[in-house]
Unconditional design. Structure first.
Length: 156
């Protein structure tokens, strides 16, 4: 069986008699010759792309409560929070209760501060993220009536 694929350099308005076709032995040849290589390159590029890391906050617009957190991958962490809240599986019971009570429209998810990675290959940003999160929680004090964070034991 003979399969044909339209050449990638085809422009709109091209006369069909002038188009070039590439002969393929099987439909899978199309995948292995063109798409698969592009897909591998895209996957490699995605994996090598640095993820934004830093401190985030979730704000309840109704009562002003906030949750402060940090992550090595802010986008993924905020998406996970949204998913957990929508599914009713968030570990922060108070936040989950108010999400259910006020609805998703009452909450804002935002990045407070982005941590730029150092060029050192041995750099571990975990300690820097912890310090940044502590600075923001000290500044905003998101405990009790003001927020969803648990108050650290050493703060009175």
């Amino acid at each position: 069986m003979l399969f044909m694929v339209l050449n990638k350099n085809l422009n709109w308005g091209t006369n069909y008699e002038q188009t070039k076709f590439e002969k393929l032995d099987t439909p899978n040849d199309f995948i292995t010759k063109g798409m698969k290589m592009d897909r591998k390159t895209k996957i490699r590029g995605y994996k090598n792309t640095p993820r934004p890391m830093g401190v985030f906050r979730i704000i309840n617009k109704v009562n002003g409560k906030v949750l402060i957190g940090s992550s090595l991958n802010l986008t993924a962490r905020l998406n996970r929070f949204k998913s957990e809240l929508k599914l009713g599986s968030c570990r922060n019971v108070v936040l989950q209760k108010e999400w259910k009570e006020f609805g998703h429209e009452a909450f804002i998810f935002e990045e407070l501060e982005i941590l730029e990675p150092l060029d050192d290959p041995n750099y571990d940003p975990a300690e820097d993220l912890k310090c940044l999160e502590e600075l923001w929680t000290e500044k905003l004090k998101p405990y009790g009536e003001k927020g969803y964070n648990k108050q650290p034991q050493n703060i009175t």
